[in-house]
Design a protein around this ligand. Structure first.
Ligand code: HMG
Length: 393
């Protein structure tokens, strides 16, 4: 019985900063961003957007689809919420999500963390659960806001976004294979101590560790599976910025894909990079937004095509796994919704970006209402006595 992704959608914040605007104000050459790291814009969250609101907004098309098909949501009895932008040390962000979506109380909810990797851990746990109880569905959510100190090399690689996936038996989108390649190594390439709101990073070292990890995970995959590089049609990589995927793909192809031209290698990843170029890094969600980008932006029928996935989380854990697009998968896509959501983002000038960057949720325990900035269905209305107050618009 195949198990995998039955439906997938993403959401990003309603504001964006053009990296040319950033370059014009921080003294960088714009080509360093547009060519060197391959990025055009980054999403910037409003005061009333956080990982819960983005996740809830990402779930809307999935739940609407289930309602239209008369499926109901009672089969969802597990929510796995992957994030490294936690809003509470104790309560799982997914519990707020469960409440906003009005899901069945007969549901287990937990939060998972391992930098950008944890959505893949969530997906693998979900497939194992569904394999054991095929009548049940798991809602896997990945939601993050990538935030670095201003005037640092990391600043241009910020961004945010959330992905929501329904994992089920007989999936209508991607059937996942059980064989995977894994690699864990204790390194300090990127981390965020509890007392900081921005990540610390050894940037150039992190790109080297990423490449080392893709090779190690691939080598392990080859021990677990008969598949060779030539058996794959497309690849989705973790996307801190789009150039990183190009480097990783060339690194992996080196020694494995003698017969493929540079253009053929680029064709295997180019569609997966389109959304990342204009949203930026979204940590746990990034690779899955890459998958959606591949599906939304490829005119060819991908049914039967095999996709290789490399998920990386600093610190570090990497996993290489694979799946095949299911016949008729097109009926499950939300391409128009994604494209209109991206097009409706408000471009910020540098001064507006600085103001929005400077916003912090007050920690004084008082009552604070937040400006209505998002045009999403769900928003963070404010905070009162240290309790976050969410609402549907
Ligand atoms: P930097 O010092 O700003 O940039 O750091 P650089 O000097 O290395 O330049 C970047 C590229 O632009 C280079 O190309 C330059 O040659 C080129 P490369 O040598 O790499 O091919 N360049 C230009 N190209 C055209 N015209 C120009 C020009 N100038 C320079 N005028 C860095 C870049 C990515 C390190 C920095 O942005 C950073 O620290 N980012 C944050 C860390 C990061 O994203 N790491 C990626 C791997 S780790 C990861 O993916 C995990 C992560 O998502 C977190 C998690 O797991 O939770 C981050």
């Amino acid at each position: 019985m195949p198990v995998g992704i039955d439906d997938i959608s993403f959401y990003t914040a309603n504001f964006s900063l053009d990296l040319q605007e950033l370059a014009a104000n921080n003294g960088s050459d714009a080509a360093k961003y547009t060519v060197g790291i391959g990025q055009e814009r980054m999403s910037v969250p409003g005061a009333d957007e956080d990982v819960v609101t983005m996740a809830a907004n990402a779930c809307v098309p999935l739940l609407e689809g289930m309602a239209q098909r008369g499926e109901g949501t009672n089969a969802i009895n597990t929510i796995l919420f992957a994030t490294e932008t936690g809003i509470d040390q104790s309560k799982a962000a997914g519990v707020y999500l469960h409440s906003l979506l009005k899901l069945n109380p007969r549901c287990r909810v937990v939060e998972l963390k391992q930098a950008c990797y944890s959505a893949t851990a969530a997906l693998q746990l979900a497939t194992a659960w569904v394999a054991r109880k095929p009548q049940e569905k798991v809602l896997v959510v990945a939601s993050d806001i990538a935030r670095y100190d201003r005037q640092t090399p990391g600043e241009a690689t910020q961004g945010c976004g959330a992905v929501a996936m329904i994992v089920s038996a007989n999936p209508r989108l991607v059937a996942l294979d059980p064989e995977t390649g894994i690699h864990t190594e204790d390194v300090m390439d990127f981390w965020r101590p509890n007392y900081r709101s921005t990540a610390l990073v050894d940037g150039k070292y992190s790109t080297k560790v990423y490449l080392r990890c893709v090779r190690s995970a691939w080598q392990d995959f080859q021990q677990q599976s008969q598949l060779q590089f030539g058996n794959f049609d497309y690849f989705c990589y973790h996307l801190p910025f789009s150039r990183m995927a190009q480097k990783a793909h060339n690194h992996l192809a080196n020694g494995n894909a003698h017969e493929l031209s540079a253009q053929a290698l680029e064709d295997q990843i180019s569609s997966s990079l389109i959304y990342n170029r204009i949203t930026g890094n979204s940590y746990t969600a990034a690779m899955y937004i890459g998958l959606i980008s591949l599906l939304d932006n490829t005119a060819l029928d991908l049914a039967g095509k095999r996709v290789g996935f490399f998920s990386y989380g600093s610190g570090s854990v990497g996993e290489f796994f694979t799946g095949t697009l299911v016949d008729g998968y097109q009926s499950m896509l939300h391409s128009e919704g994604h494209q209109s959501m991206l097009a409706s983002r408000k471009p910020l000038n540098y001064a507006e970006y600085q103001t929005m960057y400077g916003f912090e949720v007050p920690v004084d325990g008082g009552d604070h209402a937040f400006a209505e900035q998002t045009n999403g269905k769900f928003r963070l209305a404010g905070i009162s006595q240290h309790k976050r107050l969410y609402e549907a618009r």
